[in-house]
Design a protein around this ligand. Sequence first.
Ligand code: UDP
Ligand code: MG
Length: 319
Amino acid sequence: MDTPAQLRSGLLTVVLPAYNEEESVPLAAETIGGLLTQAGIRHELLFVNDGSRDHTWRAIQEAAARRPQVRGVRFSRNFGKEAAIFAGLAQAKGDCCVVLDCDLQHPPEKILEMYRLWQQGYQIVEGVKVSRGQESFLHTLAAKTFYRFLSGATQIDMSRASDFKLLDRRAVDVLVAMREKNAFFRALSAWIGFETAQVEFEVQPRAAGRSEWSLRSLTRYAATNLAAFSTAPLQVVTFLGVLVFLCSLVLGVHSLWQKINGQALEGFTTVILLLLLIGSALMVCLGILGYYIAKIYEEIKDRPRYIVEDQCGGKADER
Ligand code: UDP
Ligand code: MG
């Protein structure tokens, strides 16, 4: 990396997706706003209310009234964290953007470290988890399995990746210009490349409220993002086909041998086994094909990733 003669500086946008975070919003606004003001970094805090069912929007409006740097975007319904992140990036005015969780599980002090690295010329600064914080054993195991698959598919080590990232304006523009609907921020922001630095952090306990992820929504999240990044399951179809073909070759030879020796009547078990085997393999394959076709259908409909219903704040517009 070339060392610039002078450190760059500019407006920093902090993107905060918020879903049912009425208690965390004021806390996050004060903590992060205070921190950045103290450090003398020009900033805006952009809260994206992802169709919360509580008073998150009111909390954002109040925060915007208190701090001129706070802006809010409100979705018409819950579109998910990924959509909220992309909406934030699309609306950001900053020369660089930091994405972090509104529940303060990503330590805000690290933003300063990230910003300094950006000033030195890095385009992307990734927050890397040192520990996963307080999670159940099952959750950790499931997350590990998911990331093992994903790392295989993307050829990028994702085991410690998080959504806590700083992106330069150029990287933001590239991401926002991407047309895929099932955009997976964590993987896409690594996939685009650019000069990258890393900052380690410990996942903190939630500031308030509770996580809204159910097992079902996490499974759906994992499947969608795997499908968005990898066609490996489609290749599993081919692999299964070859495997079943090899099995049937062996069984076929065996049956023929029995027929030649005059023991053919015994073959009923084989027939049933074969039927079951081939039937289930076919069904699995059709299921995988169907899943991808559904994803293609979703993309081709070209619906917007999210719908913005309302906005607030933004008296600090400086660009
Ligand atoms: N979030 C969101 N939309 C959702 C679910 C979550 O914007 O549908 C936000 C949430 O407000 C928080 C961040 O995404 O700021 C991380 O969510 P959470 O803390 O529930 O998940 P975890 O910390 O377990 O990853
Ligand atoms: Mg959290």
